[in-house]
Design a protein around this ligand. Structure first.
Ligand code: ADP
Ligand code: MG
Length: 344
């Protein structure tokens, strides 16, 4: 991308809808997602398990199972191009190079029968014309960069010889090998113990700052969000329910879902036998309510309209959006529908 476009967004997702075919019907796991990532920005996507975070990120990478899933609407603009229109071959060129992704369980992403070095080299060989020797040197360099001790030795080891934290460092090394503009990290520390989790987050932050890279960090953990985010996207049941910068989100959360999540963060100064959790569960795709707010049945603030009127995401204060009928702006905007009809 030319330098003069530097202030342009790295990623723009517009009106994304992604669904799965279940019993012959398309059920959406991601509905009307709009978001943007600026250069060097860390955007955290947070929500409980089953809210559509992974489906959203796999949509960006075009990695969803073709057999039963479909992006039915919307666009994903990266480097000025719509990724949803790209062929598999074209996406292969983007993946690992311009956008890379790391997952929760590095053991499943790393191939157990190949050494660390050959997996690092693979991404270098696929996208550059480096020689074997150059790739090995670059590999050792990358291992150093992610804080792997004795990289000259580790490069010849197999994933199973390493700890979970080390494996995730290797995944990070692979993911930054080609200086991507965007790293998508889907629950990268969830499988790790707390100390290692903190080290990996610190490493990601350091690399992001040094390498001029944007990160979309997906997590169910608001502690991770507080640590890492510039901007936060809260998802519930496939929809964005709140977006704000990290300070506003924690100091002035707007959506009752966000408030409930914040109040269920365990606190050091409270003696409790039981963790606070939000009562109820995220509806499954087949049980998604068709009208009203999807959180209504679990919401402590729900009132009559909440099951009858579908809220829209709207600006509720400066740079802060929510999707909740407690805010007048979130009532559906009928004037825009009328305008469309007039125009036809
Ligand atoms: N391959 C799939 N086939 C059918 N449904 C799926 C598939 N993957 C995810 N889902 C459904 O999509 C919804 C969102 O899932 P997911 O994006 O994995 O949630 P999250 O990452 O937020 O925990 C869930 O209801 C889940 O059951
Ligand atoms: Mg997930």
């Amino acid at each position: 991308m030319p330098q003069e476009q530097h202030d342009q967004n790295v990623l723009d997702i517009n009106n994304l809808h992604t669904g799965f075919l279940i019993d012959g019907e398309l059920h959406h796991a991601v509905v009307d997602v709009n978001l943007s990532v600026k250069p060097k920005e860390v955007v955290c996507v947070v929500g409980e398990s089953g809210c559509g975070k992974s489906v959203m990120s796999l949509s960006i990478m075009n990695l969803l199972p073709k057999i039963n899933s479909k992006i039915s609407k919307g666009e994903i603009i990266f480097n000025g191009e719509d990724l949803t229109q790209k062929t598999d071959e074209e996406m292969n060129k983007v993946r690992g190079k311009d956008i890379s992704m790391i997952f929760q369980e590095p053991m499943t992403a790393l191939n157990p029968v190949f050494t660390v070095g050959s997996q690092l080299q693979e991404v270098l060989f696929n996208h550059t014309d480096m020689s074997k020797q150059e790739a090995r040197e670059r590999g050792i360099d990358l291992l150093k960069q992610v804080g792997i001790p004795r990289p000259e030795k580790i490069i010849d080891e197999y994933p199973h010889q390493l700890s979970g934290g080390m494996r995730q460092r290797i995944m990070i090394a692979i993911s930054i090998a080609l200086n991507p503009k965007l790293l998508i990290a889907d629950e990268p520390t969830t499988a790790l113990d707390v100390t290692v989790q903190a080290q990996i987050l610190e490493l990601m932050k350091a690399i992001q700052e040094k390498e001029d890279m944007a990160i979309m960090l997906i997590t169910h953990d608001l502690g991770v969000v507080a640590e890492m985010a510039d901007k936060v996207i809260v998802m519930y049941a496939g929809k964005i329910v709140e977006t704000a910068n990290v300070v506003d989100l924690f100091t002035e959360p707007k959506h009752p879902y966000t408030k409930s999540m914040i109040s269920s963060i365990p606190r050091m100064d409270e003696q409790k036998n039981k963790l606070n959790t939000i009562d109820g569960i995220v509806p499954s795709l087949k049980n998604m309510p068709h009208v009203g707010c999807r959180f209504a049945d679990r919401c402590p603030k729900a009132f009559d309209d909440c099951t009858k009127i579908t809220p829209q995401l709207a600006k509720v204060s400066d740079d802060h959006e929510a999707r909740c009928l407690l805010y007048d702006a979130c009532y559906p905007d009928t004037s825009s529908i009328e305008k469309e009809e007039v125009n036809q």
